[in-house]
Ligand binder design. Structure first.
Ligand code: C2E
Ligand code: MG
Ligand code: MG
Length: 587
């Protein structure tokens, strides 16, 4: 019974009224039904009458037709599911059952309608079941798009900072709480960094509030760029930002992040007609060490921030005292390294790699040393990361390459033709301009590509996958050997090994340490060796110190060893003596 288009006709049968006789009663019922239809038709709410089960339309009023963009006749071919894409017939049947059980038999819902042109709008629905024969469902709908939008805006204002769109204090606190709760007993390491910026009041008063907002947005952008995707950046108050960083392997990583942020913030911000710098200080609390609940961590980060404000020498501080010594050290290393090249504070030492079967020296690895007047000898594990962060690594790395190649030239001239010179290559050096440096050094020192080898770590490929692989393939195509350093302690991915043009893999010395006593380490080393051989790579064990380790590695079929057992790293002159003695010694 499609009655929709025939408003004003006999769409709904009226009931007979006792005081009328025959034709009069019928006429009265017809007029009543016309009036009822007119009332529904003129209703401000979108109103539909549908048949439960088929959910086809029996009646659709003007407001509904206009909102949905259909003509009255279109509804003959449609059912309720066509305009509520979120509901299938099965959904509607469940709603029908619920209405049957409810008193009065009605239900309120929120969903969205789809117009004829495909666009949608949010609606609040009241569905009322009219029992009897036939049963009908009256659906009245009101458009709540504006209300929903307003609610969203209010919600955003409650949780986000309006200037930067970053989470505000409430949301940050909530995220921190959830992170801490979510991890339970196996709480992964992480940190809260509170960053306090200066100069905002100066910009606000001196240039104007619009410029101050621009400055704050720039700071927000730089902070967001400095962190990883899974970290949270928030604005807690006018001048205070916060970062929640998770899954830290070591607490020092939080120091590296703080330094990165401070370096980024140090670059001047261009505001209309002005260049402004944004001095900042950072307070850090780490978890689980400094607390396992949000309030404690925030208050400890505050205490650290206060400490950073008071200490003119450094601009970030940890809550934990021991870590502050580390910070001071890093600051000293940072300043010590600037000018270290000019002061000729760097040198190289060389450590042999020997064939496990013939005990012949097949190559040497050049290792960088730094001796500073104030700091003394600083281990490379402490200063190489700083060189990388400050960008000094490309200059120092080129110097290492050139010095190592000159040493290789000396060895060659002394008749040691087969000893390949290996140089460690930082991830930051794997850039296109390195090819030029490499070619120039080879020409200048009169070496062939086969004379040298580059040691890379997996971070090269993890960081800048495709481009790095392409560049390394070009280097390998020149005839230069490439080896994977420290294998086993990084991502140790088989797919990395297959993608890279490697000759050799070097097993990290942490596995070699206990190889003779720890069955797990022995199994890992065995697996790395057989995997390396399956991929036709030579396998070198790093850090071999004892004959027991050597014996175990021999049994496992390792090809070469490097370590104190044969020789520690030695100076260039000592290396010549070592090579001469090794040549004289019986195999
Ligand atoms: P690496 O490339 O894995 O170098 C091997 C490290 O193991 C060296 O430490 C070496 O002195 C040490 N080693 C060698 N044999 C033994 C042993 O039997 N027992 C023990 N306990 N240690 C042994 P070093 O010289 O402190 O270098 C540490 C790391 O610093 C290097 O690890 C490398 O990643 C980096 N590095 C050193 N020189 C350079 C360089 O010129 N450029 C770059 N980018 N990184 C460098
Ligand atoms: Mg190395
Ligand atoms: Mg290594």
């Amino acid at each position: 019974m499609i009655t929709v288009p025939h408003y004003g006709s006999d769409a709904i049968a009226g009931t007979s009224q006792g005081k009328h006789n025959g034709a009069d009663a019928e006429e009265a019922a017809r007029r009543l039904s016309q009036r009822l239809l007119a009332i529904v038709e003129g209703c401000a709410e979108e109103t539909f009458v549908v048949e439960p089960g088929s959910w086809r339309f029996q009646l659709v009023n003007r407001q509904a037709r206009e909102s949905l963009g259909y003509h009255a006749a279109d509804f003959r071919h449609l059912s309720l599911t066509d305009i509520i894409p979120g509901f299938s017939a099965a959904h509607l049947d469940i709603i029908h059952q619920k209405m049957c059980q409810a008193t009065p038999p009605e239900l309120d819902l929120e969903s969205f309608f789809q117009r004829m042109n495909g666009s949608t709008y949010s609606v609040r629905l009241r569905m009322r079941l009219l029992t009897g024969e036939p049963a009908l469902v009256v659906v009245s709908a009101s458009d709540i798009t504006e209300t929903t939008r307003a609610e969203t805006i209010i919600q955003r204002q409650a949780l986000y900072d309006t200037v930067t769109s970053l989470p505000n204090r409430t949301l940050f606190h909530d995220r921190l709480r959830r992170t801490l709760e979510g991890h339970g007993a196996e709480l992964d390491g992480g940190a809260v960094l509170l960053i306090s910026i200066d100069n905002l009041a100066f910009v606000n008063d001196g240039i104007g509030p619009a410029a101050a907002d621009e400055l704050v947005r720039e700071v927000a952008g730089r902070l967001s760029n400095a962190v990883r995707v899974r970290d949270t950046v928030a604005r807690l108050s006018d001048t205070e930002f916060a970062v929640l960083t998770v899954h830290l392997e070591q607490q020092q990583d939080a120091a590296a992040l703080a330094e990165r942020i401070l370096t980024d913030l140090r670059k001047p911000v261009s505001l209309t007609n002005y260049q402004v710098v944004v001095p900042a200080v950072i307070g850090i609390s780490t978890f689980p060490q400094d607390g396992t609940d949000a309030d404690t961590l925030l208050s400890n980060a505050h205490a650290a921030l206060q400490g950073a404000r008071e200490d003119a020498a450094i601009n970030y501080r940890f809550f934990t005292c021991a870590l502050n010594t580390l910070v001071k050290n890093r600051v000293a290393i940072n300043s010590g390294l600037s000018g270290a090249m000019e002061r000729r504070e760097f040198s190289l030492v060389y450590q042999p790699k020997v064939d496990i079967a013939s005990w012949q020296i097949l190559g040497v690895e050049a290792l960088l040393r730094w001796r500073n007047f104030d700091l003394g000898a600083v281990p490379p594990d402490q200063f190489v990361p700083v060189l990388e962060r400050t960008g000094l690594i490309s200059e120092v790395g080129s110097w290492v390459l050139e010095t190592a190649c000159r040493q290789r030239r000396i060895l060659k001239d002394a008749g040691f033709d087969k000893v390949r010179m290996a140089v460690n290559l930082s991830v930051k050096q794997v850039r296109r301009d390195f090819l030029g440096t490499l070619a120039a050094v080879l020409v200048n020192t009169g070496l062939t590509p086969a004379d040298i080898e580059l040691e890379i770590t997996e971070s090269v490929i993890v960081r800048d996958g495709q481009a790095a692989v392409g560049l390394l393939r070009e280097i390998a195509a020149m005839g230069i050997h490439i080896s994977m350093d420290d294998f086993g302690c990084g991502y140790s991915s088989l797919s990395h090994l297959r993608r890279l043009p490697l000759e050799t893999i070097k097993i990290d010395r942490s596995f070699i340490n206990d190889i003779a006593s720890d069955a797990d380490d022995a199994e890992i080393v065995k697996a790395i060796i057989s995997m390396g051989h399956a991929l036709r790579h030579r396998v070198v064990a790093e850090g071999v110190e004892t004959v027991q380790q050597l014996a175990a590695l021999r049994r496992m079929g390792c090809d070469e060893i490097q370590g104190y057992l044969f020789s520690p790293p030695v100076s260039g002159e000592e290396l010549l003596t070592l090579l001469a003695n090794a040549e004289d010694a019986p195999a």
